[in-house]
Design a protein around this ligand. Structure first.
Ligand code: HEM
Length: 222
């Protein structure tokens, strides 16, 4: 808000309507996306107890029962891996668009200027060949394993000048949320079916899986 309210170098300010539009955009773009990405991570953790157990171990060891601080984040690589894997396999923005501004050759295709292009972070993350065993939810692939990250194959936040303005913020918000929940709760599935898409919709959101939570003590509070 302070940036939006501040005059630019030439002393110009945004109108109230422009500021209001920006705030609405930030809310619209920043709430459901995070909810969906976090929902996917929690569903996967419910279905994969061994991954949840490793996350419990990392969070208990590093945070020792306290809430996460900025300086803790680099010490939580497995947590980050869980978030990145969720975004790779289930990017909330699964279909994105671009308009070509000039004639361009893309792979085997000549595309004229002013063509609408649709591309999918979902397909790029799951079927582009950039990731070994793409069907496996494997948080470790983001750390120790060699990752063949072809430019543009991991784009849950889009890319280029229109890339999500909230990308870094989102990674921090999801880490704060995930560590706070996982430290104090054990998640169990009440079913086995997790459906990505029931019908065409703007966001890829988890459907069909109910989970239950049981309280746990972070390790150092026992
Ligand atoms: C996991 C969370 C999020 C995901 C997966 C996500 C994904 C995306 C994607 C795919 C785009 C389109 C980028 C493109 O076309 O290249 C986008 C745009 C945008 N996002 Fe996010 N987003 C997330 C969170 C947020 C948050 C928290 C905020 C605000 C605080 C935010 C604000 C925006 C805005 C304002 C745009 C429009 C940018 C523009 O058109 O110039 N997003 N986001």
């Amino acid at each position: 808000m302070s940036i939006l309210l501040k005059p630019d170098d030439a002393g110009r300010t945004l109108s109230e309507e422009e500021i209001s539009n920006q705030v609405v955009t930030l809310f619209l773009a920043g709430v459901e996306t995070i909810a969906s990405a976090s929902g996917w991570a929690l569903c996967v953790l419910a279905l994969r107890p061994e991954i949840q157990q490793r996350l419990h171990h990392e969070i208990d060891t590093v945070l020792q029962g306290k809430l996460v601080e900025m300086e803790d984040l680099p010490k939580l690589p497995y947590t980050k891996g869980v978030i990145l894997e969720s975004l790779r396999m289930y990017p909330p923005g699964w279909l994105l668009t671009r308009m070509t501004t000039a004639d361009v050759r893309l792979g085997d295709f000549d595309i004229p200027a002013n063509t609408a292009i649709i591309y999918s972070p979902f397909l790029l993350g799951n079927q582009s060949g950039a990731f070994d065993e793409p069907d496996a939810f494997e948080p470790d692939r983001w750390g120790t394993q060699t990752l063949r990250l072809n430019a543009g194959s991991f784009v849950p936040f889009g890319d280029g000048p229109r890339k999500c303005i909230g990308d870094t913020f989102s990674m921090v918000e999801m880490a704060v949320m995930l560590t706070a929940i996982i430290a104090r709760w054990r998640i169990e599935p009440r079913g086995t079916v997790l459906r990505p898409l029931e019908r065409m919709s703007l966001l890829l959101t988890p459907r069909g899986l109910k989970v239950s939570l049981s309280a746990r003590q972070p390790a150092t509070e026992k």
